[in-house]
Ligand binder design. Structure first.
Ligand code: C2E
Ligand code: MG
Ligand code: MG
Ligand code: MG
Length: 279
């Protein structure tokens, strides 16, 4: 009997692995179809400028409108796509959609900036710069209105090469933000070597306010020193907002203002927004 148990265990383990592999293959196939059928869409989370009290832009966040299943959030597929390489194509579609929207706002005389997330693998891909150049060459490209959000993990490597690549991108008219600042593992010296226009404080620090206050204050000071805009992510309460306003944080994003919204809802929200309604 004891001999058999060992074999049964192996069998169960194999079966479970088989199920996982099959599920993963199924997801990979569905994602491949999603790319071909263009099943991805963007939701927009407003960026509130604290000085003016106005919505000055949005972060575009990808969602997968999976037929028969509804909206699928990035946590369920971005990492998988980093592994299987599909992120390059999804990222390209996100960028096309985002740029088209930024151009549309520009043409309509709507003054909004748009930030788009770029994964480390997508940033490292040579085709990415070419795609950015092609988009920037379009008629009506809104210079200074589209921002790339990179995580610190995208900035690991030869600093000279990275600085050159980033300068190429900023010269085309894009801005560069560091996303989830304070959670990566890169050497901080990149901060003064790269042309950064924005630092986004990771929401884990905002959610631990006021105990994380010294860290948030440090990032605000750092941002000011290098002339970058500082955005606080994950602002959920009026206490968070007050703490940040008192210390001259430039912009905030978070559920207190609103969760990410589909385009029509976002446009209506931005047009009707009043900061007084928050307090
Ligand atoms: P992120 O870039 O840091 O985006 C912020 C995430 O925090 C979003 O989740 C947003 O919905 C959520 N969030 C915003 N305000 C609050 C708040 O007050 N409280 C809390 N708890 N959460 C808040 P989402 O949309 O699920 O995106 C998750 C991550 O997926 C993003 O983190 C980003 O790293 C990645 N991602 C999203 N879109 C893209 C994309 O187009 N390309 C790539 N490569 N990654 C993307
Ligand atoms: Mg982001
Ligand atoms: Mg972030
Ligand atoms: Mg974050």
């Amino acid at each position: 009997r004891s001999k058999n148990t060992g074999r049964d265990c192996v069998t169960v383990f194999d079966a479970q692995m088989g199920i996982e592999i099959a599920a993963r293959e199924c997801l990979d196939r569905a994602l491949r179809t999603a790319i071909n059928q263009r099943e991805f869409t963007l939701h927009y989370q407003p960026r509130l400028d604290l000085k003016s009290g106005k919505i000055i832009g949005a972060e575009g966040l990808v969602r997968w409108d999976r037929p028969g299943r509804g909206l699928v959030y990035p946590a369920e597929f971005i990492e998988v796509c980093e592994e299987n390489g599909l992120i390059d194509e999804i990222g390209a579609q996100v960028f096309e959609m985002g740029c088209a929207q930024a151009i549309a706002w520009h043409k309509q005389g709507v003054d909004l900036e748009l930030s788009l997330n770029v994964s480390p693998r997508q940033f490292a891909d040579n085709g990415f710069i070419e795609a950015l150049a092609a988009l920037a060459a379009q008629h009506d490209f809104p210079k200074g209105k589209i921002e790339l959000e990179l995580t610190e993990n995208a900035l690991i490597g030869d600093p000279k090469k990275l600085a050159k690549k980033l300068r190429q991108i900023t010269t085309m008219g894009y801005k560069i933000a560091i996303d989830d600042f304070g959670t990566g593992y890169s050497n901080l010296s990149y901060i003064t070597q790269f042309p950064l226009t924005c630092i986004k404080i990771d929401r884990s620090f905002i959610q631990q306010l006021p105990s994380s206050g010294p860290i948030v204050q440090l990032i605000l000071t750092l941002g000011r020193q290098i002339g970058a805009t500082v955005v606080s992510e994950g602002v959920e309460t009026v206490d968070h907002l007050d703490w940040l306003s008192e210390r001259d944080c430039d912009e905030v994003q978070g559920f207190l203002i609103t969760k990410p919204l589909p385009l029509p809802e976002f446009e209506a929200f931005a047009a009707g927004f009043s900061v007084d309604a928050l307090a």
